[in-house]
Design a protein around this ligand. Structure first.
Ligand SMILES: Nc1ncnc2c1ncn2[C@@H]1O[C@H](COP(=O)(O)OP(=O)(O)OP(=O)(O)O)[C@@H](O)[C@H]1O
Ligand SMILES: [Mg+2]
Length: 621
């Protein structure tokens, strides 16, 4: 066959195949045009999975003289030259959407700009343009689509069921609503209103409306010109898929595996395996650092520096995680979380069923059993010293098994001391009244709002994890050397894997050597670790190294290994705890806002409100 230039009709259909692969893409283009036209109110009616659609907006409208031009290919009011391609501030820039859509449906466009006395209308039948006529209509633009893909039976066959297509439409409309909080949107499917999102002032408020989440939290981060805002639900609210991670770059809804991974990474150690968060992420950057012209549906973007994009998103999420603001709401805002129960607030204390500072134990933790730290909690001494407003020379107990490694000890003391001075401790958990221990596993406490059951292992695991991470990050991990180093039997493979990771393990305070082909000796370990837990820890680590090899990034491995170490060092379920021990654990939790989840993402507490109890007992209805 000789080479020929294709007919316009064929060119249009090829382009339509790329731009409007399915009804949802078409509706997205129409709504984006309305938003580009500065509409503040948009309504979308759609039927048959989106094959029949009406989009009406109150935007700037199109002049009668330009109505036909709007539908012509490569006709746009949004950019003029190639430089503009790098400064795009609108959704549209190609002048292609309407031309592509008009080629594959019956389209009617009615528009009236603010200065026009009348509106104008043009119809297009599968690419054949009709005449412009005058009509009476509201200000703004209405586009009506009928019989999408009727002229391309092959494409019709590719469509899924109406329900499946409609759910894609709804999804894209949610994304547009999330990206444009200031726009009121009314969405009707088969003549029934399915969504009404009224204009909101903030992304958080709109996210609440669209995702139906009652409580959301906002975090921010900035790296150079890149700024990320994360609006996330607490890790109590998770789903089993990644579809509730909504990513926006310059207000554009994008599919980006890298940024999605950044969100999950931000939630690291708060989610269990297979759990995904609910999150909307808004990333802004210099338009010059971004190429939005990389996919026909504009659902992908390319960053000049994708690693910065990853880091800024991760940090914005982390910003929320590290504050863990959901804890306040849970224990009861305005209750003990907001106002610590000290003598300074005795008025409140007397009005509340919570015990005040007069209760033994609160504010006077000296009564704790001696050697408690060595027995169970590692370096409990630090927060206790704080609670007692003791001088800053925090003692570090050297246990009989431990002799602290060389020059690190002094800096360790200093760093602990400094962190005590600087750390803002917000009394929260420690203001709970300990009622007792249930099933040797749960600490039963009460606040003014209700009863909280705290998983003693999960709680202590998080405390240990955060302490270890902090000391590793500061490079001042306290190491204990063993007079009689424990020897652990592992498989030869495992021993080899551990030896290969020897340097990495030493970085977080675990010093091992090979004794025989399948014997590993532990010369030193982090002082926070319980020595009797070391054999199980080494075995777990060996298994991890054998199964994961070097596939994990160092940062991820560190968090995983430290989580393992924390798990093996923490008090266990089934261990009896005294009243003071339980209170001391709550004190420690206050040092780490992240205490509401264990490092493996399990929740640390479950609560039962008094209101709920009253309902259950029929005291209120
Ligand atoms: N709802 C609307 N209100 C006002 N003007 C509109 C509307 N829809 C389209 N237009 C005008 O028609 C032009 C063509 O729209 P079209 O969607 O085809 O291209 P675009 O938005 O410029 O670029 P893209 O192909 O990337 O979407 C727009 O540039 C705009 O001037
Ligand atoms: Mg457009």
């Amino acid at each position: 066959m000789s080479i020929q230039i294709l007919e316009n009709a064929v060119i249009d259909q090829i382009a339509a195949g790329e731009v409007v692969e399915r009804p949802a893409h078409m509706i997205k283009e129409l709504v984006e045009n309305a938003i580009d036209a500065k509409a503040t109110e948009i309504s979308v009616h759609f039927e048959q999975g989106g094959r029949n659609v009406i989009v009406k907006d109150n935007g700037v409208g199109i002049d009668r003289a330009e109505l036909k031009l709007a539908i012509a290919r490569h006709a746009t009011s949004k950019i003029q030259n190639t430089d503009d391609l790098w400064q795009i501030a609108t959704y549209g820039f190609r002048g292609e959407a309407l031309a592509s859509i008009a080629a594959v449906c019956r389209l009617k466009m009615i528009s009236r700009p603010l200065n026009a006395e009348m509106g104008a209308q043009v119809e297009v039948e599968f690419g054949r343009l009709g005449d412009v006529i005058s009509v009476g209509c509201d200000f703004g633009t209405t586009i009506e689509i009928r019989d999408l893909f009727q002229n391309i039976p092959a494409r019709l066959k590719f469509l899924k069921s109406d329900t499946a297509e409609a759910s894609q439409v709804k999804n894209l409309l949610k994304a547009l609503a999330l990206a444009n909080p200031g726009v009121t949107l009314r969405i009707f499917y088969e003549n029934e209103m399915v969504y009404f999102w009224s204009a909101q002032e903030s992304a958080v408020a709109r996210t609440q409306d669209v995702l139906g989440e009652a409580e959301l939290f906002q975090g921010e981060a900035q790296i150079e010109q890149m700024k990320a805002t994360a609006v996330v639900a607490s890790p109590n609210r998770t789903v089993g898929h990644s579809r509730q991670i909504w990513l926006f770059v310059q207000g554009r809804y994008v599919q980006d595996r890298g940024l999605q991974a950044a969100v999950v990474e931000g939630f690291r150690n708060f989610l269990m395996h297979g759990e995904y968060p609910v999150a909307a992420i808004y990333l802004q950057c210099d338009p010059e650092d971004l190429d939005v012209n990389v996919s026909p549906t504009k659902s992908q973007v390319k960053f000049r520096d994708s690693s910065n994009a990853f880091r800024v998103v991760q940090r914005a999420v982390r910003d929320v995680m590290e504050r863990s603001p959901w804890v306040k709401g849970i224990v009861g805002a305005g209750g003990p979380s907001a106002v610590p129960m000290t003598s300074a607030t005795s008025e409140m204390a007397s009005a509340s069923p919570m015990p005040s500072a007069s209760q033994p134990g609160v504010g006077s933790l000296k009564a704790r059993p001696p050697n408690y730290a060595e027995l169970i909690m590692g370096d409990l001494s630090a927060p206790l010293a704080k609670a007692n407003a003791a001088p800053l020379q925090t003692p570090i107990d050297a246990t009989d098994a431990a002799a602290v490694r060389g020059p690190q000890i002094n800096s360790q003391i200093n760093s602990q001391t400094n962190s005590q001075i600087n750390r803002q401790i917000n009394p929260l958990w420690s203001t709970l009244e300990v009622l007792g221990q249930a099933n040797l596993t749960y600490i039963v406490t009460q606040s003014r709002e209700g009863i909280l059951y705290i998983d003693q292992h999960a709680a202590h695991e998080r405390v240990m994890f955060e302490k270890l991470i902090a000391s590793i990050r500061s490079g001042q991990i306290e190491v204990q050397n063993f007079l009689m180093p424990p020897v652990v039997e592992v498989s030869e493979d495992a021993a080899a894997a551990l030896m290969a990771a020897k340097g990495e393990l030493a970085e977080w305070g675990l010093y091992i050597d090979l004794l025989g082909p399948s014997q590993v000796v532990v010369n030193g370990a982090p002082a926070l670790a319980k020595s009797e837990a070391l054999p199980a820890l080494i075995e777990k680590l060996a298994n991890d190294y054998v199964s994961q090899g070097g596939s994990h990034s160092l940062e991820n491995r560190l968090a995983d290994r430290v989580a393992t170490l924390a798990c093996h060092s923490a008090i266990r379920a089934g261990q009896s705890l005294g009243h003071e021990e339980m209170k001391a654990l709550l004190e420690q939790m206050d040092e780490f806002p992240q205490s509401s989840f264990c490092p493996h993402g399990r929740p640390v507490y479950v609560q039962q409100t008094f209101r709920g109890l009253e309902r259950d007992f029929g005291r209120i209805v």
